[in-house]
Design a protein around this ligand. Sequence first.
Ligand SMILES: [Fe+2]
Length: 336
Amino acid sequence: MSDFQVQKPLPGSSFGGLVRLRGSDGAHAFIAAAEAAPHALPRALADASGLLLMQDMQAMADAPELLVRLSRIFGPEVEDYRQTLTPAHMVHPEIPEIFLVSNTPPASRAPPRRPDPPLTADGRLPVQFPHRRGWHTDQSYRRPPPDISLFLAVQPVPHGQGQTLFADGTAAYEALPPALKARVDTLEGLHVGFSARRGRDAMLAGETPRPLAPHEQPQRQPVARVHPVTGRRALYLCEYGQMDWLEGPFVGMQPGPNGDGAALLAELMARLTRPEFVYVHEWTPGDLVVWDNRCLVHAATWFDAENEARVMWRTTVSGNPGAAYVGERKSWIAAA
Ligand SMILES: [Fe+2]
């Protein structure tokens, strides 16, 4: 038993959960309770199809080690970004487990472009691929890939912009027509980092892929990935920027942006991001969202970076990728 209460699904969603601590609030009490009952939150995450929201965590902004402590509840390995070839300006200056997602210095990352048109015909935020672009699961270009991400709103932008979208890969897989389900069950995707210049747009623009070092090579991942905790399959896919469009996107299918693989990816991604599978999170200061990369995809949205400053902190938890990855060395670490 623990003192956590989980409201499921998340308000405005078909999945996910809102976690509260009975009788107290604030990050310090929350983390103490999580450490006292270390299985409670990971269990809640699995039971909520991989998405949890915790509110009122503002104290973490002044005590960033609390975010790292909470991350350790979710798995054995919290990424130290100083060890993983991450540019130093993207990493918290004192806490190397925190990755900075911000349009302010030092990270200075621009938000994604607005979809075209910016709203759907019925005036809603576009969520479905290909109207919405940028859907991915974190670091799928690594083997083994990571398990879970934590994302803290230190300084979000006002509601109506800078949302994060999440799509339920388990429900989307289960809703596939039987023939398509059978097809993806044995299929592998080929994932690669954006900097390899093997994305769809790079291929269509005729860019020359750069030679890749051994630790940058495209990595195969199952398209219908079995979750190591729940045993359920989920669609595990990215789209234009994080698949290898030179030799992929799928192993054994016609490659390239005009091949059979491209057509299948477009169909699967549109099914995965149908509005009934998508949750749109509007950020409030102190919100902390935990998501499971093994069974959800997510996308960032545009915000007015000229007039708004956004500061978000992310940690990445690894160590339980599933039976398919047992014993593998980390593909993304350059050999000594
Ligand atoms: Fe991401």
